[in-house]
Design a protein around this ligand. Sequence first.
Ligand SMILES: [Zn+2]
Ligand SMILES: [Zn+2]
Ligand SMILES: [Zn+2]
Length: 68
Amino acid sequence: MSESSVPQQDKGLERPRCLYCGEVYEPGDVARHTKPVHCGPCITCVDKPACFSCRLMYCVCEVHRYRG
Ligand SMILES: [Zn+2]
Ligand SMILES: [Zn+2]
Ligand SMILES: [Zn+2]
């Protein structure tokens, strides 16, 4: 006989995972992860949401610039 004390968790409430940063975001954060940002000359990160980090070495984009 196995003692299984499964914590009561609401499994029906699965949050979406962001395609860009991989984070599981909350409803209040949806805009940051899905809303495209028209940021400028960098073709790698243009129209990516604000959470996206541009790995391009020369990216000058204030929103997406990778802060390592
Ligand atoms: Zn994200
Ligand atoms: Zn950008
Ligand atoms: Zn960029």
